[in-house]
Design a protein around this ligand. Sequence first.
Ligand SMILES: Nc1ncnc2c1ncn2[C@@H]1O[C@H](COP(=O)(O)O)[C@@H](OP(=O)(O)O)[C@H]1O
Ligand SMILES: CCC(=O)SCCNC(=O)CCNC(=O)[C@H](O)C(C)(C)COP(=O)(O)O
Ligand SMILES: [Mg+2]
Length: 382
Amino acid sequence: MSSRVRHWREAATVLLAAGGGGGGSSSSRFDYKVLLLRRSPRSAFLPSAHVFPGGVVDAADFSADWLHLLPPEGPLPLLLPPLRAGAGRAPLFAAERPELGTALPADVAFRICAIRETFEEAGVLLLVEAGEVASTSSAQGPARLLAPERLPPGPELAEWRRRVQRQPAAFLQLCRHLSCVPNLWALHEWSNWLTPVGRAGRGGRRYDTAFYLCCLGHGGPPEASHDRGEVTACQWSSPLEAIELFKSQDIWIAPPQFYELCRLYNFSSLHDLHRFGSERAVEGCERWMPVILVASDGHIQLLPGDELYPDDPDLTGERKPILTSNKKIEDLMKEARKLHRIVARDLHNVTVCVNIQPKYKHVNPLVVDSKVGNNADCNSRL
Ligand SMILES: Nc1ncnc2c1ncn2[C@@H]1O[C@H](COP(=O)(O)O)[C@@H](OP(=O)(O)O)[C@H]1O
Ligand SMILES: CCC(=O)SCCNC(=O)CCNC(=O)[C@H](O)C(C)(C)COP(=O)(O)O
Ligand SMILES: [Mg+2]
């Protein structure tokens, strides 16, 4: 397929984890919480779903003007820790997109996009003092936000937020005004998901989304506020709380976000999550497009490595994008030896089943469900 033919929108999102407030419940096994936003019921894609902050990349995220603001030393790719030789590279990071400009490497522009969207959607500003960039290293632990006295007064900041929502290029103006830069170094490449063909939103909306991890220490989760437009609620929850809210049908979480929350479930400590995410990021990642297999009593989203995942998946939906079987999910589970799949018996009865070795030094999700059936090869259950 030509890289110039676009079947999807390119986007970035951030798993924003925050701890360090000391106010967490002592009964929780997690010392951090993750930010989830509820999308508007009027959204053309995933209406009312809870997602991580994020959205579509804009030409302003690739603007050459960032070059005057970002640190001047050396060629731009050196701004970020180099990937290990042979690291996984999702097409998103390697594609050429002259229509958006070529001044910035995609690694930098997608981080700017995720940070801008987090400000637009939740009012959380992931910036660092321009003068402190040289000392910004993820080896020092979870990131810090700017001190409150470095921010404009509330009403002025709210006006900046509206301006950035209307015009993404205003984000660079805000950074210049504050003598700050987006904290690119706090975002660690985590995964990359392409919306399945059969799950496009209204108007055929599909997204190729870079997922980053960002861990914030010190002072507890920052105040997040929705924008009464695209986003109608914000909440900080531990991975378990989010999964329980989903299971109890209080919220609905899309499969990729559910999968990622089940991966976070492996980490009860923010420091461990940060260390894992920042060290693993140099391995890169590959793009995952779930392939839907409709069974007689639900559906399965097959992922790369599963023995039923097609050798040549239909990325664009021009062939037969959805597989069907007249078997039950339980039979499709019993028959399989190599599992990497999200099993949906209904909207809220969803389980991740994986027993393959994760690539790129990643971690497999933990299964937070006892209803998945009797397949003994599924990964550990909680
Ligand atoms: N008040 C509102 N209610 C619902 N959706 C809104 C909205 N304001 C903006 N949006 C939608 O949010 C999307 C922008 O999101 P982001 O900036 O995160 O990429 C746009 O969707 P579309 O691009 O699908 O039209 C836009 O139409
Ligand atoms: C049953 C529905 C599905 O499984 S579709 C899979 C939906 N999820 C994704 O495509 C994962 C990435 N998407 C997102 O994180 C966000 O929805 C977004 C960043 C693409 C939203 O973009 P927007 O511009 O609408 O804010
Ligand atoms: Mg968005």
